[in-house]
Design a binder for this molecule. Sequence first.
Ligand code: ADP
Length: 445
Amino acid sequence: MPFRIATFLIASLLLGAGAVAIFGWGFGWLGAWLGAVLWLGLDAWRADRLLRVLRNDASGLPSRGPGVWGELSERIRKLLRDREQQTRQAEDRLQEFLAAIQASPNGVVLLDEQGRIEWCNQTAASQFGIDAERDLAQHLANLVRDPAFVAYLASWNYSRDVVIDAPGLGHGHQRSHPVRLSVQVHPYAGNRRMLLTRDITALEQAEAMRRDFVANVSHEIRTPLTVLAGFVETLQNLPLDADERMRYLSLMGQQSHRMETLVNDLLTLSRLEGSAPPSGSQWIRIRALFAQCEDEGRGLSGRLTPQGHRLSFTVDAESEVSGAPTELQSAMSNLLSNAIRYTPGGGEVAVSWRVLPDGRGEYAVKDTGPGIAAEHIPRLTERFYRIDRSRSRETGGTGLGLAIVKHIAQRHGAELRIESTVGKGSRFALVFPAARVREARVMAK
Ligand code: ADP
């Protein structure tokens, strides 16, 4: 570069000196001086032009002009273009990051040093009931006024989260459900803060269910255990004759049988929850399932009441269902045993199978028992939910039967339908999807 500047200068000097020499004025030094002034003037003019363009809008920079200023302008132009491209790329990446945070199921809010909202994603906006654009630069503590949240935000101790009721709506929740939010603050870049929010409604519900379940199981086990312990004590301390001993032992047997049934039902439930869904390739004849239901039903009815029940078994269409045979048998027998257990002796229990016009198959158990009030029906499949506690216990119920039936139905894509009228009776039906029902193959004689 200095070489090129020097070359230009020398060329101007020579040009000036040459011009003066041609005119024969004989003052070579004056010519050279004039050349230098000319060169300086030209140089200053071009520098000024470039400066003016840069001051206004660098986009008007001339491309590839002559000389040093031309190259300078070209290089600045290139540099600016590269910078612009880098800025655009950085902007694109920022937008991608923001889009990723937008897509997060968790809420994210960024606060500046004063606690004003700098940015928040849509999830946080809907959970806090704020507007992601309108409320920018607002103090979050003014918008979310939950005292626990305000105190947490002001405490600057963020070692753990704070749990509050969401002032807005959580994802996929109706207003009727309170949404529980876990909010955790993470300070960054000095005094800036990032808030992460998490909808923990389902988690809290699951935790409450788990607690209830453990309490229920403990209660169910404790009752027969207490009775059993009482009998053991009696046998140890009282001189009993053989008959009395037998009576006590048989009562003890009943209690241990009750505990065994409960443990079996619990194991069945946990197996159902933990195992893979039943295949669709194993087919079982409805007749075979009915035969076992009939055996068990008649036995149970005879044991429960001296006069028994009027039981009927009707298969409208010879069919097969696909699924796990033991599960299907268990669900069908469960519904039948409920009908028998809750219908007083002499009552009627009708078991039927039919194929609906759309190809679905319906297994139904209809009884003339006490019926069930409408408010209980949606809760019947909850674990340990019973209407008539003493009747359930007397007849060997665990409170888990319908929970098991519902599980099995779900695993087979079937629907459990319950219809009942108090004082008239109930109808429990399992409706299997058409894909799991087919006409029974005729067996070779
Ligand atoms: P349980 O072992 O107590 O019978 P289930 O889960 O099978 O438990 O049933 C839940 C409750 O539903 C029962 O306690 C009973 O009150 C009610 N119930 C079930 N089936 C019938 C029925 N056929 N008629 C009347 N009530 C029924």
